[in-house]
Design a protein around this ligand. Structure first.
Ligand code: AMP
Length: 280
């Protein structure tokens, strides 16, 4: 596996592959890899060659007072994981190379960035869209893979690709969960053992919501109330939002028709947990 820090080596590698008719894949990550990341990498491995994985904890997507400085990192272990998965290139840019002094260009995906997590993390999706576009411009992938766990990120990136006519196909990959349903996340490392047990409530609430909808419930506010109450039964949980919205444009829905996303964000101890399911 090649490990490239600089942009030129990465782009040259990719250009060579493209010129010989190969299909370049990219899986962007912030590292501290778990089975959720592995599932993206395995799907990408099947569909693309060469496969590039990036690890970059992107300061532009963290707000003031958020966990940028304590975000879990273990690059040695990540390199072993990526080698085992037969990844061709690890792209490992430095913060200074990504954002040199006086850096001043950012991508705003309007409306989609202000709802759900965007309402609680101002500037987050501006940072995400910017870094993803920069990664695309360096890696030049034909296909890029994103997890449905971060559904708003997927919708924002798709919109950016569409609006800016970027020649890359965005692939969404289903959420990988622990034995009790908790969506895998690098941030689960912040949970104490007791909090870790309670954390499963988020997926339990989402599953109850799905069952209600399958039984004919159509009123979004009744379902949201049930989810909120179920999660809040565990002391220590503080729910940021429960949303039932369109998968296409994230607009809040009052009644359930078609393909809807049920999304939750909640704080538990030091962790901010998000999860969602798509119904219909
Ligand atoms: P992160 O390192 O948290 O920025 O995540 C990198 C990519 O992995 C993103 O596209 C995430 O949506 C995806 N991802 C993270 N957790 C999971 C999971 N549990 N299942 C599937 N994809 C995930």
């Amino acid at each position: 596996m090649h490990v490239f820090e600089d942009f030129n080596s990465t782009r040259e590698y990719s250009v060579k592959a493209r010129n010989s008719g190969r299909w370049v894949g990219l899986v962007p990550t912030m590292g501290f890899l778990h089975d959720g990341h592995k599932s993206l990498i395995q799907k990408a491995r099947q569909e693309t060659d060469p496969l590039v994985v990036s690890i970059f904890v992107n300061p532009a997507q963290f707000g003031k007072g958020e966990d940028y400085h304590v975000y879990p990192r273990d690059i040695e272990r990540d390199i072993r994981v990526l080698k085992d998965l037969a990844v061709d290139v690890l792209f490992l840019p430095t913060v200074l190379a990504m954002y040199p002094d006086e850096y001043s260009t950012f991508v705003e995906v309007e409306r989609l960035s202000d709802v759900l997590c965007g309402a609680f993390r101002p500037g987050h999706f501006r940072g995400v869209a910017t870094v993803v576009l920069k990664l695309f411009n360096v890696v030049l992938p034909h296909k890029a893979y994103f997890g449905l766990k971060d559904v708003q990120q997927l919708v924002v990136v798709r919109k950016m690709v569409n609006d800016l006519n970027l020649p890359v196909e965005i692939v969404g990959v289903p959420t990988v969960r622990a034995f009790d349903g908790l969506a895998l996340s690098s941030r689960n490392a912040y949970l104490t053992p007791d909090e870790r047990k309670d954390a499963a409530r988020i997926y339990q609430a989402l599953s109850k919501a799905k069952a209600l909808i399958e039984a004919g419930e159509r009123d979004a506010s009744d379902i949201k109330e049930m989810i909120q109450e179920y999660i809040a039964q565990a002391p220590g949980f503080s729910v940021e939002y429960v949303s039932i919205c369109s998968f296409q444009n994230l607009q809040e829905l009052s009644s359930i028709t078609g393909e809807v996303v049920i999304a939750v964000a909640a704080r538990l101890g030091k962790a901010r947990l998000i999860d969602n399911i798509i119904v219909g």
